[in-house]
Ligand binder design. Structure first.
Ligand SMILES: Cc1cc2nc3c(=O)[nH]c(=O)nc-3n(C[C@H](O)[C@H](O)[C@H](O)COP(=O)(O)O)c2cc1C
Length: 350
């Protein structure tokens, strides 16, 4: 059983996480797995109320449930099983099962973030339907696929507001550069430089921008943060579609949004499509709405709130639901590099 659980969790931890933080560990007794979150590994500002961590755990749990089927088990999942242990995101019990396997299992190891500009080739109706076919009837109303050229252009512009704040705010700037892994010889969690898909001059510039004093001066002289955002806006809009996942404003909803995202991401891998989450503005807006604005300029707060207003209107978020996640979907070709994953940290209790 231990070997099977190791294999299942090995597949689980191939999941995406904010800046590849891999904020999880596991304790196992018999066929019961406790999934524990380590939110301190995630971004101290953007990980508002641990919601980035919850999304990553959603993806992790989705992988575990798909992999369990592969090894002859159904994963019975209880989210947040104990109020006294809020960092235990799931209690998973494996039950014998002789039914089918998931066609998405082989995609777990192929799934990757692809940050390249994508071709501007629209998806036809049957491709869109096939992509969305992995959603349950409850999930379907929470997912939007936007592919009108005007809307993509507007979304690209507002999504890139994150880069304006990131290059103009000292704290966010320093935190971003702390997450970058500059050499692929460093086999550690974090954002590997080559996965950012920068052109050689951009890569060279990034080595200068890592110093706040240099970035600050270049912002004053040449508005460099705004220029980077303009370039990224074009790259974000260069895609077949932008997808949105809407969620209610609570912890369980963010775990479920992560499960939905992962299933769509695996399906995109099966269909030969590239996928790229872009979430900075969404999380920053939640931070500001909660009044956590210390250290941010009024200009940035206004820019982010205005950007979210446009996102929410284009994505048709209403009632209790907010736009929890945005992703690009399209034809990006092979990514230059893929991120490094740690083996799962498992404590066997018996
Ligand atoms: C909650 C969440 C938010 C993310 N937001 C972004 C984002 O704003 N921009 C981006 O380029 N990647 C984003 N990602 C992708 C991660 O950086 C990526 O999953 C991680 O670096 C691991 O790489 P992999 O997906 O190729 O395994 C996000 C992932 C998660 C789970």
């Amino acid at each position: 059983m231990k070997e099977t659980i190791k294999k299942i969790l090995d597949s689980g931890v191939q999941a995406p996480s904010g800046s590849n933080s891999q904020p999880w560990r596991f304790s196992v007794r018999g066929k019961r797995i406790h999934v524990e979150a380590l939110p301190e590994k995630d971004h101290p500002v953007l990980n508002f109320r641990n919601r980035g961590t919850w999304v990553a755990h959603g993806a992790l749990i989705e992988n575990i449930s798909i992999a369990a089927l592969e090894y002859g088990y159904t994963a019975r999942i209880e989210l947040f099983p104990d109020r006294k242990m809020p960092h235990i995101t799931a209690k998973i019990t494996l039950e014998m099962h002789d039914g089918g396997k998931s066609p998405l299992f082989p995609c777990i190891g192929r799934r990757t973030t692809n940050r390249k500009p994508y071709e501007k080739k629209t998806l036809n109706e049957s491709q869109k339907n096939e992509f969305l076919s992995v959603l349950s009837s409850e999930e379907r109303p929470c997912v939007r696929l936007i592919d009108g050229q005007e809307e993509l252009k507007s979304l690209g512009e507002v999504m890139s507001v994150n880069e304006i704040v990131m290059f103009e705010n000292r704290r966010l700037h320093n935190l971003f550069f702390k997450e970058i892994i500059w050499s692929d010889k460093d086999r550690t969690p974090g954002l590997l430089l080559d996965t950012l898909e920068l052109k050689p001059p951009q890569k060279a510039a990034l080595r200068i921008f890592r110093y706040w004093q240099a970035t600050n001066l270049l912002n004053k002289l040449f508005s460099v943060g705004k220029k980077i955002a303009r370039d990224n806006a074009r790259s974000y809009a260069s895609t077949s579609a932008i997808g949105a996942i809407l969620a209610e404003d609570d912890d369980t909803a963010f775990i479920n949004a992560g499960r939905t995202m992962e299933r769509l991401w695996l399906k995109s891998a099966e269909m030969g499509l590239s996928f790229h989450p872009v979430t900075g503005v969404l999380f920053l807006r939640q931070v500001f709405m909660a009044g956590l604005t210390e250290g941010f300029s009024n200009e940035h707060i206004h820019l982010v709130k205005e950007a979210y207003g446009k996102i929410s209107s284009i994505c048709g978020a209403k009632d209790e639901r907010i736009v929890a996640l945005l992703f690009r979907l399209g034809y990006g070709g092979e990514p230059t590099a893929t991120s490094f994953k740690l083996s799962p940290n498992i404590t066997f209790e018996d």
